[in-house]
Ligand binder design. Sequence first.
Ligand code: DAU
Length: 336
Amino acid sequence: MKLLITGGCGFMGSNAVRYFLKNYPDYRIINLDALTYAGNPENVRDIENDPRYTFVHGRIEDETVVEKIFSTFRPDVVINYAAETHVDRSIMDPKAFLTTEIFGTHTLLEAVRRHETSRYVQISTDEVYGSIADGVWTERAPFDPSSPYSAAKAGADHLCLAYWRTYHTPVIVTHSCNFYGPYQYPEKMIPLFIINLLENKKVPLYGDGGNVREWIYTEDHCRAIDRIVHDGRFGESYNIGTGERMTNLELTKKILLMLGRGDEMIEPVKDRPGHDRRYAVDPSKLITSLGWKPDTAFQDGLAKTIEWYRTHEQWWKPLRNGEYLEYYKKQYATAR
Ligand code: DAU
């Protein structure tokens, strides 16, 4: 089988490339990645010489590049990981999100339609449902996005399902809770906090720290996508969740404890505008219809993740450069 994985140099995409090469020796992977700030060739360095792997540099909204890939490689399946993913960046610069999420997804859907590709899987987020005070969102919940990021993702998801209804394009949409694990760009909470503490810096906790997130270890997410790629039903969406929910303050305290630091390392900062209070998804459809379940308890996944960042300073050090510092200076300008 030939898989086109877009965004395969990003955090989740690179983990997926590695996962499919490892678990399916006869699969061929084509990785289309724009190499934006978050797309890092180092994330796939260990597999770049694998004869089953091909890298193409380009953007998913570039019709010429996409057409060339489809006509040259004729992928059987497309998994679209390519996206701008950081909520804070979407608040500062929404346009990049609309371009990649909406126009990029559209370009891929058109190619899938033209080439009669067998299957298209859209990697999306639980953030499209918006905040939920109690209980859990099922796949039938209406979309109610709060940030330009989640609004762009919601638009792309609607487009995918509209393509199924209108053209019978074989699409499947996934809505996952927060990922964590190796190779995550250190602008996201978990790697940012770990690295800050490894560098003896404080961790910037937004607002009162009471926002609740649900967490999935990257390997568990890859296994969910594996099930969906092989047996998911067209025109449907699947929630991916673990039930491992906690407030940001609780999570911060776990990281502090594992790194032997105390609460004095917490720096309360101004809240994110439009900050969703709580996310919670119901993954029972995926569990009952496709037999998936998460394997990694949060405590174990967090310990593995901390160990990975502790032993991969050569990976994250170059990312803490001028661009990173500029970004955070802007981010917290009004916070202190
Ligand atoms: O829910 C899935 C989503 O999870 C994905 O679709 C997004 O691409 C991904 O970025 C993530 O969104 P979040 O906004 O939840 O992730 P982030 O790591 O940015 O923040 C997690 C929580 O931690 C959130 O409530 C904001 C808070 N936070 C974040 C940062 C970066 C802080 O308190 N301080 C920080 O410095």
